[in-house]
Design a protein around this ligand. Structure first.
Ligand code: NFE
Length: 466
């Protein structure tokens, strides 16, 4: 007999997400996932000076703040025709590295950790009798120190963190004379972070190796998309983590012209979908027939693709999925922890390569009209910002966040989103406690805050029951 299991809201992720699965003989046979808030940030920036976009759009989320700022600034780089000089590229890389490290640490231990009891693993921290004691120890000794130090790195370059101030179209805006002092302060923080990451990340990888059963379920579409991240300061099109797509096992170059957003199953009017550059501002149509979410359904050449650390690592040739069924929850967690170690190795050299005598930005002017696409790699995957300028003002703005890709609904052709696909086949032994469903959802580290948002333009508070 088929039984419906609904989790609403799903705990231990960012934002508001509701998941409904149909279980038959202890196995998930159908799934529908819903982002339960509307996002209007694109509408807020429209009509403003384009230079306001990085600051305003970064308020889309409280986690991947700097990522939205950098993706927005990259859209301005292109619209203004101003490539950042190498110091600007390096500073953005360091800020991205720091924000990815704290985001991954928080996810692995705070959001994901209770699913696996990862708390007794950390070297030097003894296992206690009580789960909450272990949790507190890991928070105090790992997550909070790493998070504090990473935020300090962002603030050293950007004046504050989160929502740092110094990113601009054309680069970054720190004073030259501060660079040597800032560089040495950043390096001292990096060495403390490195000590912790180098102890903790291998412990997570060992745990996974001892639990190969985690390879058995949570298999997504096994198509992957990465925009690439950490550009080479001398040759920015070359990136440390590569750009590309893998469809049906075949790797190809990524062409943003192939990205389309479907909205048949999303609460938007028809003009809110289509090719990124042709979409209108989000035009809500709550209650639309067949729709069940505020997320749109981005697709690459019509294909369902997964984004995130696993996609970046596979596209970069740095990881091969270990599950023989495809890419499982095991692989997603493994790639996230392994990516921390890789980034850690690069960050010191980015600081060392800053040349204080050289510029940090390329001077810019707002053009009368133009457009720019900012593609970036946020902790949770491929992040898109698109800006269209007319009469020196923002005429259109579009964002596709990583979790919009991963948590998307069915598309116009009826293909389920990546996370919906990953839920099919998941075992549910006890419908009252669908633990494996939760593990599968959280393996994507969803952030529904980025993917949807709500604002009342009249400034009224609203109470929303979920
Ligand atoms: Ni709101 Fe985000 C990341 C971005 S996910 S946390 O990583 O960009 O949609």
């Amino acid at each position: 007999m088929t039984q419906t299991v609904k989790i609403d809201p799903v705990a231990r992720l960012e934002g508001h997400y509701s998941v409904k699965v149909e279980v038959d003989n202890g196995i998930v046979v159908d799934a529908k996932t819903s982002g339960t808030l509307f996002r209007g940030i694109e509408t807020i920036v429209t009509g403003r000076d384009p230079r306001d976009a990085p600051t305003i759009t970064s308020s889309v989320c409280g986690v991947c703040v700097s990522e939205h700022q950098i993706a927005s600034a990259r859209a301005l780089d292109e619209a203004f025709g101003a490539d950042p000089p190498r110091n600007g590229v390096l500073i953005r890389n360091i800020i991205e590295g720091a924000t990815t490290l704290f985001s991954h640490a928080a996810h692995i231990f705070v959001l994901n950790g209770p699913d696996y009891d990862l708390y007794g693993l950390v070297p030097g921290l003894s296992k206690s009798e009580h789960f909450t004691d272990d949790y507190t120890k890991v928070l105090k000794n790992v997550v909070l120190p790493v998070s504090r130090l990473c935020h300090q790195i962002v603030a050293l370059f950007g004046g504050k963190s989160p929502h740092y101030w110094s990113v601009v179209g054309g680069g970054e805006s720190i004073r030259h004379e501060d660079l040597p002092r800032v560089g040495s302060l950043v390096k001292s923080r990096l060495s403390s972070i490195k000590k912790t990451v180098n102890e903790v990340a291998p412990a997570v990888l060992d745990y996974l190796d001892q639990n190969p059963q985690l390879q058995d379920y949570g298999v997504g579409p096994t198509n992957f998309l990465s925009y690439g991240v950490y550009p080479d300061p001398v040759s920015p099109p070359d990136m440390f983590l590569k750009r590309g797509v893998i469809i049906n096992g075949e790797q190809r170059a990524m062409d943003p012209a192939n990205i389309r957003e479907d909205i048949k199953h999303s609460w938007y009017a028809d003009d809110s979908g289509g090719n990124l550059k042709d979409e209108s501002l989000p035009n809500p149509n709550y209650g639309k027939d067949e729709a069940y979410t505020w997320l749109k359904a981005p697709r690459y050449e019509g294909n369902v693709v997964e984004v995130g650390p696993l996609a970046r690592m596979i596209v970069s040739g740095l990881y091969t999925a270990k599950s023989n069924k495809g890419a499982s929850i095991y692989d997603r967690i493994y790639a996230r922890a392994a990516e921390m170690l890789l980034i850690m190795e690069e960050m010191e050299s980015w600081v060392d390569n800053i040349v204080p005598a050289e510029p940090v930005y390329t001077p810019t002017q707002v053009p009368e009209s133009g457009e720019g696409l900012g593609l970036w790699g946020a902790p949770r995957g491929a992040l898109t910002h698109y800006i269209k300028i007319s009469e020196k003002k923002i005429a259109n703005y579009q964002i596709i966040s990583p979790s919009t890709w991963n948590c998307s609904p069915k598309d116009n052709n009826g293909q389920m989103g990546p996370l919906e696909q990953a839920l099919i086949g998941v075992p549910v032994d006890d419908p009252e406690h669908p633990t494996e469903v939760g593990k599968t959802i959280r393996s994507y580290d969803p952030c529904l805050a980025c993917s949807v948002h709500i604002v009342d333009a009249k400034g009224k508070n609203r109470v929303i029951k979920i």
